[in-house]
Design a protein around this ligand. Structure first.
Ligand SMILES: [Zn+2]
Length: 328
């Protein structure tokens, strides 16, 4: 479930972590930073599992009792630290979830490991509380701090941690991963990889999100038909699309559609098209559009996106957008 084979890319980081384990140079604290979905949690989990494995440090065999309990999130020596009251990790969270536990020796395995998610959201007070432990950690303690913005750590915290920056993967790597490990069809994998901008976590999430798939089909079908639909009917779609109101991907799908039509029109080469599963329709639509019209359309979609961010009325915003697209 969690093994080094699951991790793609970031070879240097993995090499460093492995060599620290094999040369008994494991540090007490690591910061793994990277954008959402970049794989920092996966790397932290594999590292934690490997640190505890009973079949030798570094192996994450998946068969020993440590690995098995780890896979079911029940390893008695691995703790996930999360905020309880607000989105930020407060001083009380650190006291309750870290300080109270860290002085007691590990229960069974090699280390006592704390995986702190969104560690960059620790308040300054929380970081100061945590700092005391970081300054004199018990020898069995390992802290893995996951962060999107490592610059939010106090310099005193940063200086006591080994930091790794996790890089997003290239689209090709994400595509390969989705095909090989998730059994996704090539065309869909290529679309998801591009759509998720190289974030593997996001690509996986989208592939498992059933609403995303149906919504995308529905919206792209409507957009394909929009030119030949009369205005009154098109305006009714705004109401029908209200069911997607809470889904932030909705306007990205619209944007992506016209972005591809523009690419088809301008570059006339399918290698520039993100939605490889809709090539025929995209090229057919490109024939009906003008370059100026498409750039107007894309800015109408942006305006709608901004309106919705600012809590604009959903149906009205979509009506205006559809009207502008028809006029473009
Ligand atoms: Zn094991």
């Amino acid at each position: 479930m969690y093994g080094f084979d699951e991790i793609i890319g970031n070879g240097q980081i993995i090499k460093n972590l492995k060599s620290a384990m094999h040369n008994s140079r494991v540090s007490h604290a690591y910061i793994l930073s990277g954008q959402e979905g970049s794989g920092k949690k996966l790397i932290a989990k594999v590292f934690a599992k490997a640190l505890e494995c009973e079949n030798g440090i570094g192996s994450a065999c998946g068969k020993c009792s440590s690995c098995k309990t780890f896979d079911s999130d029940n390893n008695p020596d691995v703790f996930y630290v999360k905020p309880t009251k607000t989105k930020a990790l407060g001083a009380d969270d650190i006291r309750e979830q870290v300080l109270k536990r860290v002085d007691i020796k590990q229960y069974k395995y090699r280390y006592k490991i704390f995986i702190i998610e969104n560690a960059d959201k620790m308040t300054v007070a929380a970081q100061n509380v945590f700092l005391k432990t970081l300054e004199e950690p018990p020898r069995y303690a390992v802290f893995l701090l996951l962060a999107e913005n490592p610059e939010l750590f106090l310099p005193t915290v940063l200086s006591r941690c080994v930091s790794f920056k996790i890089r997003p993967l290239g689209s090709e790597q994400v595509e390969e991963y989705m095909v090989k490990n998730k059994g996704v069809l090539r065309e869909e994998a290529s679309f998801l990889a591009e759509y998720a901008s190289g974030s593997i976590g996001r690509a996986i999430k989208l592939s498992e999100d059933e609403e995303f798939g149906t919504m995308r089909e529905d919206i792209t079908n409507r957009l394909f038909a929009l030119r030949d639909t009369d205005l009154a009917t098109a305006l009714m779609w705004a109401k029908e699309m209200e069911k997607y109101k809470e889904n932030p991907e909705m306007l990205d799908i619209v944007y992506m559609w016209y972005r591809d039509v523009l690419a088809a029109k301008k570059l006339e080469d399918e290698k520039y098209i993100i939605q490889k599963d809709k090539l025929q329709r995209i090229f057919a639509q490109a024939k009906k559009e003008t370059l100026i019209g498409l750039s107007k359309t894309l800015s109408a979609v942006w305006q709608a996106k901004r309106q919705l961010w600012q809590n604009g009325n959903f149906v009205l915003t979509i009506e205006i957008m559809l009207m502008k697209i028809k006029e473009s």
